[in-house]
Design a binder for this molecule. Structure first.
Ligand code: SAM
Length: 389
């Protein structure tokens, strides 16, 4: 028996022929009714399929709140400061950030926008944020300082001063999957499978999007990378499109992106001959996105070099790329580690959670913080190691 999602993808393939893996991934994760993120239970958290830093420790969001406050100061303390979070999950980063900021001078100056594709997750965000001392705006065009609310990216007002924030958002965007064969790139497509092989199978064919050839020439081979015969790799054109959309929204401010990825030479090195596409189900990783579609997450590592190149093309400043460990360590304070004169069981729990997001060999090293700015001169930031506090 095939699931409603398998049927929907099968119908599309019947109508159009094999579809680019990018379109398959988009349907698998974000089909309006049956996608992994849009149907059923929230995928993240201890009882879900994967866990993210804000789900592990509220200190992660508290520290980001400190970085946001410093950014507001660099912007000369405007009376209105917009924070736009893309892909807020269950809303725990927003909750920790807003709890921290509403206790300080930003309380009646901030407007927090949540941009979330999944109605299920929007409902969770609403629950997480209930009880904050802020009003909920009905429409982003009517947002006033001291409020938060939900908006589609396209409905956000342009010309904002503030920060665009995301944690594990860009790695969740659909990617093109490619193979380097006979000296040139080919694209991976998903076709109908057979009774024995499962509902779907792989095909390869010419590039589906004319932008891909130029992208590979400029951002991969043009950066000195030599792909091996048979090497699989991914290209995330959606991340670049997102940056262009952010450019239209933000007039002056910062873009703070937390995610996993590598510089181009590492991402496309022979060490990653099979690419970086991976699925997660119940905290286990697997490499088969065609099996049990809709029941597991799919993600691919980011190419931080291309995010920096696109930023330069847009006239932004690349202020720094740093491991999550060092970003957090630069902001941590003694009182984050010990709340009283002696360590309590609660302190110990907090330490354990902090270790998970901080330590090298785990999230502290795999995750990176990329900070970029627009409409501003280069500015020192504490999270990046500047000692301007
Ligand atoms: C891997 S989850 C990360 C969740 C959260 N930031 C966290 O750290 O727990 C990816 C998030 O991005 C959202 N998302 C993916 N594509 C989106 C899009 N095009 N617009 C808005 N949200 C999107 C997902 O629904 C989900 O909330």
């Amino acid at each position: 028996m095939s699931s409603p999602l398998q049927q929907a993808i099968g119908d599309r393939i019947r109508a159009e022929g094999p579809i680019p893996f990018r379109d398959y991934m988009e349907l698998a994760l974000y089909h309006p009714r049956h996608g992994y993120y849009t149907a059923g239970d929230p995928p993240m958290g201890r009882r879900g399929d994967f866990i993210t830093a804000p789900e592990i420790s509220p200190l992660f969001g508290r520290v980001i709140g400190r970085q946001l406050t410093e950014m507001w100061e660099h912007l000369k303390r405007p009376d209105r400061f917009d924070i736009i979070e893309f892909g807020p999950g269950r809303g725990l980063l927003a909750k920790a950030v807003l709890e921290a900021l509403t206790a300080g001078p930003l309380a009646d100056r901030l407007v927090y926008h949540l941009v979330e594709i999944s109605p299920t997750l929007r409902a969770h965000q609403r629950e997480s944020l209930a009880g904050l001392p802020l009003t909920v705006y009905p429409d982003p065009a009517e947002a006033i300082p001291g409020s938060y609310g939900w908006s589609a990216a396209k409905a956000l007002p342009c010309g904002l001063t503030g920060v665009v924030l995301s944690n594990e958002f860009l790695d969740a965007l659909p990617v093109h999957r490619l193979i380097h064969k006979d000296g040139r790139p080919w694209e991976l497509y998903v076709a109908k499978g057979t009774a024995h092989a499962g509902p779907f199978c792989w095909h390869y064919g010419p590039l589906s999007d004319p932008c891909l050839e130029d992208w590979i020439a400029r951002h991969i081979t043009g950066k000195g990378v030599t792909l091996e015969e048979g090497q699989l790799f991914e290209v995330n054109l959606a991340a670049a499109d997102w940056m262009k959309a952010v450019d239209r929204l933000l007039t002056r401010g910062f873009v703070l992106t937390v995610d996993y990825g590598h510089p181009v030479e590492k991402l496309y090195s022979p060490e990653r001959y099979e690419g970086t596409l991976v699925c997660y189900r119940r905290h286990r990783a697997d490499a088969d996105p065609l099996e049990d579609v809709g029941e597991k997450d799919m993600t691919a590592h980011l190419d931080f070099t291309s995010l920096q190149s696109v930023a330069s093309e847009l006239g932004w400043q690349n202020l720094g790329l740093i491991s999550q460990m060092w970003f957090l360590a630069h902001w941590l304070r003694p009182e984050d580690l010990l709340t009283g004169p002696a360590m309590t069981v609660e302190d110990f729990r907090r330490h354990q959670a902090l270790k998970k997001v901080l330590l090298p060999g785990g999230m502290g090293e795999i995750f990176k913080v990329l900070i970029q700015s627009k409409g501003l001169p280069p500015l020192p930031l504490t999270g990046l190691g500047a000692t301007n506090r």
